[in-house]
Ligand binder design. Structure first.
Ligand code: NAD
Length: 280
């Protein structure tokens, strides 16, 4: 993508840029999603994270078309669902996603889960490499991959995934997965960056104090922490004022003391499914 002036971007191992803060649209119904994405684009977001399984790619596509924003100023991610893994199905699934999105290419295409019981993620990775070579995906990556899954695709393939998108929030900081990615040149994206609302952020020890110190909300502190940790985030909200709040995190910085306090919030609390169990 062409780097827009108002976006903080990080560089993928493809050399392309990705805005470090975007909007996620998990569980946003198709009939609401067009308005949600249009609101986000108006507020200033340029990075949208969707997936085939969210059943809202068509709405994301309608919003992009209606926005009139040049394609090269947007970063769009979608994901290959588990039942589409394997050589016969993956190419069809990407074609369908592109058609629904109304796009010639996605900026990032991810294998949504390794689904190890299907035993297809390694062959699927070789398909992903073809999609990158064909220009249908500017970058390819994975989601919910543990180091042992990554090792297998690194051994079999010739491209290092650009991204591993994993559950990551202050109570579940994924240090091991992130260190592995860093060693290999794989950037980490956080899903559920606010813990999906499944626990009270306010109960994390010390978070209220850090927010008060910076005159920011606890959600803004958590998002700022992700950014300073070098993680890519796309919090979900369907409310325009919250989208604006979540984007308003570039005018303050957490200091070393705050960052140390945030590290101590890691209780190993996963709110989602373990990658080995995501075999739907
Ligand atoms: P999230 O951590 O972004 O939390 C969303 C919840 O936080 C919503 O209930 C929302 O109302 C609330 N919220 C957002 N901003 C707020 C604010 N400023 N103040 C108060 N509450 C606020 O959870 P998520 O949506 O699951 O994760 C973000 C994105 O990650 C998803 O939309 C999706 O794109 C992606 N994702 C990927 C996977 C995967 O398996 N790869 C899984 C889940 C989500």
């Amino acid at each position: 993508m062409k780097t827009p002036a108002n976006q903080l971007c990080v560089t993928l191992n493809t050399g392309d840029q990705i805005p470090q803060l975007g909007l996620g649209v998990f569980k946003v119904e198709d009939n609401e999603c067009e308005r949600v994405v249009l609101d986000a684009l108006e507020v200033g977001y340029r990075h949208i994270d969707t997936a085939m399984i969210y059943l809202n790619e068509a709405a994301v596509g309608r919003a992009i078309a209606a926005s009139g924003i040049p394609r090269e100023e947007l970063f769009v991610t979608t994901k290959l669902w588990n039942s589409d893994q394997g050589s016969d199905s993956a190419a069809k699934a990407l074609d369908t996603s592109l058609e629904l999105l109304g796009l010639d290419y996605v900026d990032l295409y991810l294998i949504h889960w390794p689904a190890p019981l299907r035993e297809k993620y390694v062959e699927t990775w070789l398909d992903m490499e073809k999609f990158a070579a064909q220009g249908l995906a500017k970058a390819v990556g994975v989601s919910n991959f543990e180091p042992e899954h990554l090792e297998k695709i690194l051994d079999a393939g010739s491209i290092v995934p650009a991204i591993n998108q994993v559950e990551l929030h202050p109570a579940f900081q994924q240090r091991k997965v992130r260190a592995f990615g860093e060693e290999k040149g794989i950037l980490t994206e956080a899903w559920g960056p606010l813990g999906q609302g499944k626990y009270e952020l306010a109960e994390l020890p010390g978070l209220n104090e850090i927010a008060a110190k910076h005159d920011k909300t606890i959600q803004q502190v958590v998002l700022r922490w992700h950014l300073q940790e070098g993680v890519i985030v796309f919090p979900k909200s369907v409310r325009k004022e919250r989208m604006a709040e979540n984007l308003d995190v570039f005018n303050f910085a957490l200091d070393a003391e705050d960052m140390t306090a945030m590290v101590a919030m890691d209780s190993g609390r996963r709110v989602g499914t373990h990658p080995d169990d995501g075999n739907w």
